[in-house]
Design a protein around this ligand. Structure first.
Ligand code: GLU
Length: 448
């Protein structure tokens, strides 16, 4: 079978890139029916070409810490596919970053961006630099050093990076400042910018809001809603915070958040103001939240049972994995289902393992895979690019309304495609095939 040959090729050629194998396997298996139906994809070697990035850039980033010591990190930008628009995707600064991680994220981004309905190709980048515990001055020097190499590869119509884990408004500011110094250009080369210098309203909220809008659409089709329902959220970054906020707008009760040190279970509902204060302003750990709200339950990471994440043992109607890849395994999926969970909408990239996804699909709950459910962030980045290109900015309501309608159309397209291929509740199949067809057809149109 053609798809299995490609998966085997990836595993042989890149034996250490486990996350990349996982991402490719999940997509290619779900593409089997469309590949079987239409010979043109195999005739044009589309899968071989789609699993290989257009270009991989790796570079050294030298910078100086506050003690005057010289540090060296590795930087990456993987430009995956530009068939339907300029390369687009975030930068991740985290010690776990390596070329396999950036490759899996870049591969996912290609499909996600295709689903947004906008003209966006796919890319991803980042570094093994850890902004945690660093001073603002150290973060600034690192970002400047990172941009000293990156600037030659990017551009408003070439490749437009943004944030991801460890890269927020502060980092985008330093990166943009350095880009401007090096090029003498003020253009939309990065998204997630500050509001007074080209940023879009509703960009910080977009991924979290979009993920909840997607859950709302999945549930609406079954005559259900989030109102009055207990929801669990993992993570406590930008995605998790605005997932919690939108859940409150819809009268749901978000009861959890988590970070690298532990999980909060606040059964009357997460205190959103306190969460924002601790994470967005003070940049502290959730231990501080637990100290201030002594009536909530705090589970330290050292008390976690091996192979499980306590956030998924909290009974809930809907779960929103919004932390990182593979944070939800088969055991967690079983626990969620046993406790009556009816909906999983993924705010993070590839948060569920392949076995967990298989179980969700078999159980026929509402399962919104990350490539569809978390596409709201990059969609509003696309809207930021449109505003920059027209030198005009839209108000919050207009952007939010556009985001809402994009999430609706991603759901409709994924669901219609799933129906077309005879597996109506399988949004993995639906979203992957829908994303794939647009890119593959563009590649064929453009020749080799
Ligand atoms: N890092 C986000 C994602 O995974 C956003 C990317 C962007 O806005 O370009 O989709």
């Amino acid at each position: 079978m053609y798809t299995q040959d490609i998966i085997k090729m990836i595993k042989t050629n890149y034996p250490d890139q486990k996350e990349f194998h996982q991402a490719v396997q999940e997509v290619l298996v779900s593409l089997e029916p469309v590949i079987a139906k239409d010979k043109k994809y195999q005739d044009n070697a589309i899968l071989q070409r789609m699993v290989m990035p257009d270009r991989e850039i790796a570079f050294r980033v030298d910078w100086m810490n506050d003690e005057g010591e010289v540090q060296a990190n590795t930087g990456y930008r993987i430009e995956f596919n530009s068939a339907i628009g300029p390369y687009k995707g975030g930068l991740r600064f985290h010690p776990s970053v390596n070329s396999g991680i950036i490759k899996f994220l870049g591969f996912e981004q290609v499909f996600k961006n295709s689903l947004t309905t906008l003209a966006l190709g796919g890319a991803k980048g980042g570094s093994d630099f850890d902004p945690k515990g660093k001073s603002d001055a150290e973060v600034m020097r690192f970002c400047q050093a990172f941009m000293n190499e990156l600037y030659r590869h990017i551009g408003a119509c070439t490749d437009v990076p943004a944030g991801d884990i460890g890269v927020g408004a502060r980092e985008i500011g330093y990166l943009f400042g350095q880009y401007k110094k090096l090029t003498n250009r003020f253009d939309g080369v990065l998204t997630g910018k500050g509001l007074t210098w080209g940023g879009s309203l509703a960009r910080p909220e977009a991924t979290g809001y979009g993920c909840v809008y997607f859950a709302q659409e999945m549930l609406k089709e079954r005559g259900e809603s989030l109102s009055g329902k207990i929801c669990t959220v993992s993570g406590s970054g930008n995605v998790a915070i605005y997932t919690v906020e939108k859940l409150y707008h819809l009268d749901a009760i978000p009861v959890s958040v988590s970070d690298s040190k532990g999980t909060i279970h606040d059964k009357n509902g997460i205190d959103l103001d306190l969460l924002k204060e601790i994470k967005e302003k003070r940049r502290e750990s959730l231990e501080e939240y637990a100290k201030i709200k002594s009536d909530c339950k705090y589970i330290k990471i050292s008390d976690y049972q091996e192979g499980t994440h306590p956030v998924w043992s909290i009974p809930c109607f809907a779960a929103f994995p919004s932390a990182t890849e593979n944070e939800l395994n088969l055991y967690d999926a079983k626990t969620l289902l046993q406790n009556g969970c009816k909906c999983v909408s993924e705010g993070a990239n590839m948060p569920s393992t392949i076995e967990a996804i298989e179980l969700f699909l078999k159980s026929k709950i509402c399962y919104g895979p990350g490539k569809a459910a978390n596409a709201g962030g990059v969609a509003v980045s696309g809207l930021e690019m449109a505003q920059n290109a027209s030198m005009y900015s839209w108000d919050f309501e207009s952007v939010d309304k556009k985001l809402h309608s994009i999430m609706e159309s991603i759901f409709v397209k994924s669901s219609e495609t799933a129906k077309e291929f005879g597996d109506p509740t399988n949004l993995v199949l639906g979203s992957n095939i829908a994303g794939f067809r647009k890119i593959a057809d563009a590649m064929i149109d453009q020749g080799i």
